[in-house]
Structures are given as C-alpha cells and as structure tokens.
Design a protein around this ligand. Structure first.
Ligand code: THU
Length: 156
C-alpha cells in the first residue's frame, strides 16, 4: 500500500509578517549569529530558543580544527537552554538564521543531527516546538513541530 506524507508549514516573506514574539526570536538568532566561531566554513549560524516562560536562550555554531568536534548553532542553543534551565517547562520555538561569507543574512535549515536532538526535546515535553527557518529578508518558513522536519525519526 503506497502512502503519502504531507508537511504543512507557513511562509512569511518579511520580518513584518511575523508576530512580534517571533520577530523578537528571529532578531535574537541573528544577533547571536554574529558571535559564531566559524573560521573554517565562514558560514555563521545563530539560533534562539524561546522557553515556555518567555525567556530566550541563544547559541551559534562553534567550529574546530578537528572538524567533527564543532557544533551547530541549534544544538549549542538547546543544550545551553537545557543546561542552564533544567526546570524550565519546555520550549515553545527555535529560530535559526545564517550569515554567509559576505556577511549577508541567509536561510539556514537545521541539519539531520540537530533535527534528531530537537525531536527528543519535543518528545520529552509532549508538545510541539515551532521551528522558524529565517530567510534573507527577515521573514521565515515556520513549522509547527520538529516532527514535520523529521518524520519517522528514531526514538525508543
Ligand atoms: N551549521 C549550523 O550551525 N546549523 C545548521 O543548521 C547548518 C550548519 C553550521 C555547521 C558549520 O559550522 C557551518 O554551519 C557550515 O556547515
């Protein structure tokens, strides 16, 4: 039996199309991207996580001469949030944005490993974490749940 999977998401072209709270999160991600340590790829990524109590925790990619030892912005932000606020009542959203080698803002979509990590935090809290993949113009593609980005992900 063949089956089909449909993914729903919303697309907001510009910053002003986002809600004030999402815009604030996207701006935090962009600010954080400036502080990325990316001397090898020259591709800076910023991520901002909104905790359910409204607090925002940011992270950015941290590279290393031993390439696989570096870490993406999304995991840096989520691990920092979980490490600093272990009693927080989960996460509402994560915004991600890239800055290319020319310093231009550009879209960044989470890698597979980050999707796996985000999926486990989502599974733990039993409600969706919204994912905002911000674009070059301040807008974003918004997914209601990490599951939309990682269907049939590993869990046990
Ligand atoms: N990177 C992230 O931080 N997040 C993503 O969603 C994709 C890729 C980083 C890893 C590496 O430091 C650089 O971007 C280029 O791959």
């Amino acid at each position: 039996m063949d089956k089909e999977l449909t993914i729903r998401y919303s697309e907001y072209a510009k910053a002003n199309d986002l809600t004030p709270s999402d815009r604030e999160l996207a701006e935090a991600a962009e600010r954080s991207a400036q502080f990325a340590y990316a001397p090898y790829s020259h591709f800076k990524v910023g991520a901002a996580v909104r905790l359910s109590d409204g607090r925002i925790v940011c992270g950015n990619n941290q590279e290393n001469a031993a390439y696989p030892s570096g870490l993406c912005a999304e995991r840096t932000a989520l691990f920092a949030a979980s490490a600093q606020y272990p009693d927080a009542d989960g996460y509402d959203a994560i915004a991600i944005v890239g800055i290319d080698a020319e310093g231009h803002r550009c879209e960044a979509s989470p890698c597979g490993a980050c999707r796996q990590v985000m999926a486990e935090y989502e599974q733990r809290q039993r409600r969706g974490i919204r994912v905002l993949c911000c674009n070059a113009d301040g807008g974003a593609r918004v997914f209601g749940s990490v599951r939309d980005l990682l269907p049939f992900g590993f869990e046990f």
